[in-house]
Design a protein around this ligand. Structure first.
Ligand SMILES: *Cc1c(COP(=O)(O)O)cnc(C)c1O
Length: 453
């Protein structure tokens, strides 16, 4: 019987041409690690009798390569989103515009004026870069950008309401998603939650009564991901603001999505816009950068200069500040709105504004290219915790396969992964959310998999 001594040593393995090739690709330390790992594993298996003969040097090197590939393979991959969900939270929400990507790329490659004032040659503020754009777009006196809207809420409450009362309606104590619960965040900030109204009804008098005692803020939270229907009542924001003003209490409006445009234009329900909230007189408004705005992940806080100034000075502001790539990208995205070119440039707005004819044309072209599939009517949704229950009519490519579930899995394992859905054992692909530059890869993947299915 052969024994373990016939296994090559690490040194011997390193002499081979194959090892030199692995070192060139993966670097020496990692390749050494992998060789040792495979040799240890081989010895263990040989001793336990799982392996009758020690493997050849070639086989060990092949296993080393597999190990190196596994160690260095990214799990964060681009995918093709054919699900028809425009702001798919699990798929990274908003794809970015070309100008946004260019701005992020240029800013990240080198040094920048992130916190540098060209005039004086002294330290500047990272917040000025977005502040004037946000002011122009919304009319807000001041603005600040943080990591995301969840941290915006935490920061606002920590800075303005620590150990103080914050009045909020019971109908707005919502869970936004991923365990982000408004009442928990409020507690985390040290604010004292004062719940008013009931699950379905809150009246202006409820707010007035609560705000009669010393109160730091009245908070309104947009019910982003569910609808309240039936026997319900809620005062309008402008009336809450009026009552709050009389009581000397500022109003914070957490809009969540914070569209700068009217979603009703695309056949969807009306999502409250940032401009409306400003017009209603909210003192502080916060919203996400990567929901209906279609920019990079960010939390945007706008509003009264005195309050924003307090927020900027809070220690948490530093902990949740936005980085240079985010600020550069967000500015570029905001500029699309300022130049009234969002429909042409911001990918998610473009997706919403596609006509049925355009979508049908793409689905038909796919079917023609694949030589199979039917075009059926269907629905796309906005997702991303926006516009619950709302959908837009679309056309889908419907594929008949042996097992839809198996095919869906094979699509996910494609390179790049393709995310589709099934219905009645058919595989459905929505052209609305597939980026035009991904169509080629989508069709190559589909052709290959359909051959095997
Ligand atoms: C989505 C949402 C948030 C959280 O926003 P992120 O940018 O995901 O952190 C907060 N509040 C509301 C109302 C939301 O809809």
């Amino acid at each position: 019987m052969t024994n373990l001594r016939s296994l090559p040593s690490v040194e011997q393995m390193l002499q081979t041409e194959a090892a030199a090739y692995l070192i060139a690709r993966f670097g020496r330390p990692l390749t050494l690690d992998a060789i040792r790992f495979v040799l240890d594993d081989t010895r263990a298996r040989f001793r336990s009798g799982l392996m009758p003969d020690p493997p050849s040097t070639e086989l060990i090197l092949a296993q080393t390569e597999s190990q190196l590939t596994a160690w260095t393979k990214s799990t964060l991959l681009p995918v093709i989103n054919a699900s028809g969900v425009i702001l798919h939270t699990n798929l990274g929400r908003a794809p970015l515009s070309d100008a946004t990507l260019r701005a992020m790329d240029i800013l990240s490659r080198g040094y920048s004026t992130l916190e540098f004032d060209i005039e004086s040659g002294k330290r500047g503020s990272r917040l000025i870069h977005t502040e004037s754009l946000l002011g122009k777009l919304t009319g807000a006196e001041a603005a600040l950008v943080v990591n995301n809207c969840a941290s915006a809420v935490l920061l606002i409450l920590s800075a303005l309401a620590n150990k103080k009362r914050v009045v909020i309606s019971r109908s707005q104590l919502v869970e936004i998603g991923g365990g982000f619960r408004v009442p928990d965040v409020m507690k985390q900030s040290g604010a004292k939650l004062v719940e008013v109204g009931t699950t379905n009804k809150v009246r202006l008098s409820d707010y007035k009564t609560a705000a009669a005692e010393p109160t730091a803020l009245i908070m309104r939270v947009h019910r982003s991901n569910f609808k309240l229907v039936g026997f319900t009542e809620e005062p309008e924001l402008k009336d809450i603001v009026e009552a709050a003003y009389a009581a000397g209490v500022p109003v914070v409006d957490d809009l969540g999505s914070g569209a700068l445009y009217d979603t009703a234009k695309y056949g969807l329900a009306h999502e409250p816009t940032v401009q409306e909230s400003m017009r209603a007189g909210a003192d502080i408004i916060c919203f996400s950068g990567d929901k209906l705005l279609g920019g990079p992940q960010a939390g945007i806080i706008i509003g009264r200069a005195d309050l924003i100034s307090k927020i900027k000075k809070h220690p948490l502001a530093r902990a949740v500040r936005a980085d240079k790539a985010c600020l550069a990208g967000l500015s570029a995205t905001l500029l699309h709105y300022l130049k009234d070119e969002a429909e042409r440039e911001v990918p998610i707005v473009k997706m919403m504004s596609l006509t049925l004819k355009q979508i049908k044309g793409r689905a038909e072209a796919w079917a023609a290219e694949l030589g199979q599939g039917q075009i059926v009517e269907g629905e796309s949704t906005v997702g991303g915790g926006s516009l619950p229950g709302e959908s837009m009519p679309t056309f889908l490519l419907s594929l008949q396969v042996k097992s839809a579930e198996k095919f869906l899995r094979a699509l996910r394992k494609n390179n790049p992964p393709i995310i589709a859905r099934t219905e009645n054992d058919k595989v459905l692909l929505d052209p609305r959310t597939v980026l035009p530059e991904q169509e080629g890869a989508l069709l190559v993947g589909l052709k290959n998999l359909l051959k095997k299915a």
